[in-house]
Design a protein around this ligand. Structure first.
Ligand code: AMP
Length: 179
């Protein structure tokens, strides 16, 4: 089945929930896609097809929903998986990055030995929204001497223009939402 033929059906599997987690936010809920055996398979297969010839050395997933898609994609590509975690979760020596939220700052951490210099890293998350999180993770990869081979998302919220924060990187999303 071609990617184009399945995209409209996949979009229907994503549930948009208004006013979550706070008023005014339309939350794109992927749990309805995940529980669908065909939907889940199509998503992982389509992402794997997209990156199969990209010489990916390691797939990196962003906590928490990048931990759902990342390992499945790593398995399909035959690579290892590296988690990027919220603060104070990783037990060994870490490198961290701070990034700006709507109000205040947040940070993410990775094990210092998680990526080898020159490795081609694919960063994976469920949603590309403002791009702030993904841009911070790309910096983390580069801090460790890794090369960001791509940033892959199940869905992209086009109206937030997250790609602007990821300029210079290869960005791919399977599904795009206009509003
Ligand atoms: P970002 O604004 O791109 O830094 O988004 C940070 C994270 O929040 C992403 O990894 C998404 O998983 C999640 N996220 C942001 N906005 C939404 C939304 N409208 N619906 C679902 N998830 C979202």
């Amino acid at each position: 089945m071609s990617e184009l033929a399945v995209v409209p059906d996949l979009k229907k599997l994503i549930r948009a929930v208004p006013d979550f987690p706070k008023p005014g936010i339309l939350f794109y809920d992927i749990t309805t896609l995940l529980k669908d055996k065909t939907g889940l398979k199509i998503v992982i297969d389509a992402l794997a097809d997209h990156y199969r010839n990209s010489a990916i050395d390691v797939v990196l997933g962003i906590e928490a929903r990048g931990f759902i898609f990342g390992p499945a994609l790593a398995y399909a590509l035959g690579t290892g998986f590296v988690p990027v975690r919220k603060p104070k979760k990783l037990p060994a020596e870490i490198v961290s990055v701070e990034y700006q939220l709507e109000y205040g700052f947040d940070s993410l951490e990775i094990h210092k030995d998680a990526i080898e210099k020159g490795q081609r890293v694919l960063i994976v998350d469920d949603v590309l929204a403002t791009g702030g999180t993904a841009a911070a993770v790309a910096k983390l990869v580069e801090k460790l001497g890794g090369r960001v081979a791509g940033l892959g998302f199940v869905l992209e919220l086009l109206f937030l223009n997250g790609r602007a924060k990821l300029a210079g990187h290869d960005v791919y999303s399977l599904l795009q939402f206009e509003k």
